[in-house]
Design a binder for this molecule. Structure first.
Ligand SMILES: NC(=O)c1ccc[n+]([C@@H]2O[C@H](COP(=O)([O-])OP(=O)(O)OC[C@H]3O[C@@H](n4cnc5c(N)ncnc54)[C@H](O)[C@@H]3O)[C@@H](O)[C@H]2O)c1
Ligand SMILES: [Fe+2]
Length: 405
């Protein structure tokens, strides 16, 4: 058995190689339209691009609540021909992506407009990649496997959460293996995106909370990552500050347009930060909760985040203190350790206020060894976490999430 310290040295080396590679890699960003009404400006940009027939990829719920009405009217007014695929469900599966691809081919579409949360944008990314690459979805898993790029993709996020409109990632579920896997390639960044707070005013409170905590997790995990750079730091700190200040506002009043818009911007900035710096153990564990128990991604992150920050604190006290200061948390004169504690306490407090439990009802004790093994595998080969965990500590941490009784 290789000693854990030696294993950690190997993981650190692999992460260093990733960091060096990310210095030479280009991380494209979409041409951005931001502000209430930006989604309609994006429609005008699409009309100017003349990309041919466009496939709108979305979920049926959004069509039902009328979120697409203004966008569809605008596309019609501008003469942009389009077809609709509204079959996206949370945590899109390979089968769902293949269904979308069939509609794209049947309708003869040559570009995609994704409207929705991370599930719709991720599904759209992979449909667009499948259309260009003669490769199964599973074969595109991992880093840099989308060789031929994707069809032109436009994105309108309707949650302030995943940042998928700017990230190099698409997350796909494989129910047959109880797994969620990521396809990561700079070619998966949309060409153009709109951050339109108007579309988020009706987002129900539990989804607002969960997706907001997902964005916060991106910012915090990127900031404490050993692969953070001065550039990712600036985005991560600003995103954290905006979320800490505006998530309480949108939870108190979902119709607060200014705060919704700031959440949309924060989610984007957190996406910019983590697409280069990576995430960490929170995501590694929550992906497994999502794959096994269908726990919504943001909710799983919100539950796990304070536990992992407590574990990581000895190796990133100053960084957590910095996030506290930027967010106006803590008292002047407090030590870095006290500020870091205050930051974690504030997250626990927000969770409690927003109805996020401290434990995961669906979690089964028998599943913990497999969840820990999969989470550690994902984290150690993908994320530059500040403090490494061995199998025993990880299982112990997850055990604390078991439902009581
Ligand atoms: N690509 C990335 O970089 C990245 C990053 C993090 C997470 N993800 C993935 O994204 C997915 C989660 O995305 P999500 O958290 O945005 O949720 P989601 O897209 O799954 O949507 C959640 C629910 O919110 C509803 N909804 C969305 N917008 C709404 C609105 N404006 N008004 C009312 N209801 C609305 C949807 O109908 C759905 O029922 C997961 O699969 C996760 O793994 C991807
Ligand atoms: Fe996430």
């Amino acid at each position: 058995m290789v000693p854990f310290s030696l294993q950690v040295a190997v993981y650190r080396l692999v992460m260093l190689v990733l960091k060096l590679a990310s210095k030479v890699l280009r991380f494209p960003q979409p041409e951005l339209f931001a502000g209430p009404g930006a989604s309609l400006q994006l429609c005008e940009a699409i009309a100017r691009d003349r990309p041919g027939k466009v496939l709108i990829v979305t979920d049926a719920m959004l069509v039902k609540i009328g979120l697409l009405s203004d966008i569809e009217s605008k596309l019609k007014e501008l003469g942009v021909e389009y077809a609709l695929f509204d079959g996206v469900l949370p945590d899109p599966t390979i089968a769902l992506i293949e269904d979308g691809l069939k509609v794209l081919q049947r309708e003869g579409c040559s570009a995609i407009l994704a409207i929705g949360g991370g599930s719709s944008i991720d599904a759209a990314k992979v449909i667009a990649a499948r259309a260009r690459n003669n490769k199964s979805v599973a074969k595109m898993a991992g880093l840099f496997r989308v060789w031929r790029g994707m069809l032109p993709l436009y994105a309108i996020p309707t949650t302030a959460g995943t940042g998928s409109e700017v990230t190099i990632a698409a997350v796909v579920s494989d129910p047959s293996q109880q797994k969620k896997f990521a396809i990561m390639d700079p070619k998966l960044v949309p060409a153009k995106a709109a951050l339109d707070g108007n579309l988020m005013r009706g987002l129900p409170a539990p989804i607002t909370a969960a997706t907001g905590m997902d964005a916060l997790t991106h910012a915090v995990e990127a900031y404490i990552s050993r692969n953070a750079t001065p550039g990712t730091d600036a985005d991560a700190v600003e995103a954290t500050r905006l979320i800490m200040q505006n998530l309480p506002k949108v939870m108190a009043d979902g119709g607060d347009l200014a705060a919704r818009q700031k959440m949309a911007v924060a989610s984007y900035q957190a996406g910019v930060a983590f697409t280069r710096a990576g995430v960490g153990y929170v995501h590694a564990i929550s992906h497994n909760f999502g794959a096994r128990y269908h726990t919504p991604h943001g909710l799983a992150n919100a539950i796990v985040l304070p536990y992992i920050l407590e574990y990581s604190k000895p190796s990133c006290t100053d960084r957590l203190a910095e996030l506290a200061r930027a967010s106006g948390i803590g008292q002047p004169g407090q030590s870095a350790s006290q500020l870091a504690d205050a930051f974690i306490a504030r997250i626990r407090e927000m969770n409690a206020q927003y109805g996020v439990p401290t434990r995961l009802d669906a979690l089964k004790a028998d599943d913990i060894p497999a969840i820990a093994a999969a989470a550690l595998h994902e984290a150690h080969w993908t994320y530059a976490v500040p403090r490494y965990m061995d199998r025993t500590s990880c299982e112990g941490l997850i055990r604390r999430l078991l439902p009581q009784g």
